[in-house]
Design a protein around this ligand. Structure first.
Ligand code: NI
Length: 172
């Protein structure tokens, strides 16, 4: 039995959980393992993976493990990445629009395209197609999500060399 820390991509449930894993056997080229979880955590997990359309827990856990391993690859801030920043903001809050435009001009060379959608009377969704180093893109996403009035921000990056995908989410 060993302890494995897995970072889940499901923002609303516990982000970090400890799963105790026991090897049960090795058949058909896969190793079967047993996972012990608190009942409440398992209920939340089942709920989320059902809504996401997973047909089995194994498939969901495999994706979590792949995400955790891919995340581990991206410790190099100089790694070139392409991605998208999605944000929801309330344009009636203070000077949110001016602040967001200033930040975007400061990072102009990392931003290829922006798409703006007016969601309702107050809320806007904006998507930025970005490319640059991991460090630059994280800094840009952090600056955006720190602006008062930005309700939700998410950076999704793809490594062009491996095709691995990486998410960084923020909620205020
Ligand atoms: Ni708008």
């Amino acid at each position: 039995m060993f302890r494995q820390r897995i970072v889940t991509p499901f923002g609303k449930i516990r982000v970090i959980t400890y799963i105790y894993v026991t090897t049960l056997g090795n058949m058909d080229g896969v190793t079967r393992i047993g996972v012990s979880l608190e009942p409440e955590l398992l209920r939340e997990f089942d709920d989320v993976i059902m809504k996401k359309g997973y047909v089995s827990r194994s498939e969901a856990i495999r994706d979590l493990v792949r995400d955790a391993l891919a995340e581990n690859e991206w410790k190099n801030p100089d790694q070139y990445m392409v991605g998208v920043i999605v944000m929801i903001y309330d344009h009636t809050v203070g000077s949110v629009k001016e602040k967001l435009i200033t930040i975007q001009h400061d990072h102009g060379r990392s931003i290829n395209t922006t798409i703006h959608v007016h969601l309702d009377q107050d809320r806007c969704m904006e998507m930025l197609l970005v490319s640059g180093t991991l460090g630059e893109l994280k800094k840009l996403a952090d600056e955006i999500t720190a602006v008062k009035g930005v309700l939700r921000g998410k950076l999704t990056m793809v490594s062009p060399t491996t095709g691995n995908m990486h998410h960084l989410g923020h909620r205020h």
